[in-house]
Design a protein around this ligand. Structure first.
Ligand SMILES: Cc1ncc(COP(=O)(O)O)c(C=O)c1O
Length: 279
């Protein structure tokens, strides 16, 4: 059964537990993580916690008890929920205080969490790949922070859905950055290519897993900027995220990627990723 948690209390997901003057609610003043559990094990949990700590530091939220207290909250929650295959959404905000842009004094951060079952990913999407659109990257300059402020991401993903597409590949100044809620990769001449880490993209944990897999399997992996023209001429395209895992992209803006079917390297990476998660 799905469960919720807020500031030390377990609650039902529909319980009215958040004060109106909560800064996450009024300003989006907070950060979050999404962690996938496979068979009761948090996949790359430490990497997620490290990214969360960096996000919180970047917006100057002090975590009382540090990241260890967050690990404890997650681990206890997963045990209580007793769902071996679940996704954990963990959010930290600057707390509840009278609405004012300035940081409130002596107000503790709010920590909330939901834990929900994860069904295996749609076989059809895995086998056939997904369609995506391209969309301008209209986000701010600090996309490495996993901030609650997701308005441009929401608008891009909605634009994709309205064109019956799964995701929006974002581009800025003619270069591909990432997707609205995932990392994007192309394959050119048997080399897996993805945008280098910078303040302009979120350092994806699944991206990190794919990089490790490529290194182990001696698959050429390159981190460099690439253009939308290269995207359209790629031999293969795939996207990654905690919830989408490794997913082939077979159509972009209604144009086929190569033959319009998942590529060989993508299929291999899907298998190797599955093995890494213990599935
Ligand atoms: C903008 C963005 N990029 C990339 C990702 C993928 O990150 P991860 O692999 O850690 O889920 C996400 C995940 O939510 C995201 O929102």
């Amino acid at each position: 059964m799905s469960i919720g948690f807020i500031n030390g209390k377990y609650v039902a997901l529909d319980e009215k537990a958040v004060p109106i003057e909560e800064r996450g609610h009024q300003f989006g003043d907070g950060v979050y993580e999404v962690i996938r559990y496979y068979n009761g094990e948090g996949f790359m949990l430490e990497e997620h916690l490290e990214r969360l700590e960096k996000s919180a530091e970047a917006i100057r939220i002090d975590l009382e008890g540090g990241i260890d207290s967050i690990r404890t909250i997650i681990e206890e929650g997963v045990k209580k929920a007793a769902i071996p295959d679940c996704s954990v959404y963990l959010q930290i905000t600057r707390g509840a205080a009278e609405r004012n842009h300035l940081f409130p004094k002596d107000v503790p951060p709010s920590v909330s969490m939901t834990i929900k079952p994860m069904a295996p990913f749609s076989k059809e999407m895995l086998n056939n790949g997904v369609s995506v659109i391209t969309h301008p990257d209209e986000r701010w300059a600090n996309c490495y922070i996993k901030s609650l402020n997701l308005l441009p991401n929401i608008l891009a993903k909605q634009a994709a859905a309205e064109k019956h597409a799964y995701e929006a590949i974002l581009y800025k100044d003619g270069k591909v950055t990432e997707c609205s809620s995932s990392t994007i990769f192309i394959v050119l001449n048997d080399t897996v290519i993805t945008t280098p880490l910078s303040k302009q993209i979120l350092p994806g944990i699944t991206r990190m897993a794919v990089k490790e897999i490529c290194e182990k399997a001696a698959i050429r992996f390159e981190e460099r900027e690439y253009t939308t023209e290269e995207l359209f001429s790629a031999d293969e395209v795939f996207l990654t995220s905690t919830t989408s895992e490794v997913l082939p992209v077979t159509h972009i803006d209604d144009r086929k990627v190569a033959e319009g079917t998942p590529g060989n390297l993508t299929t291999l990476l899907m298998e190797l990723f599955k093995a890494k998660t213990g599935q």
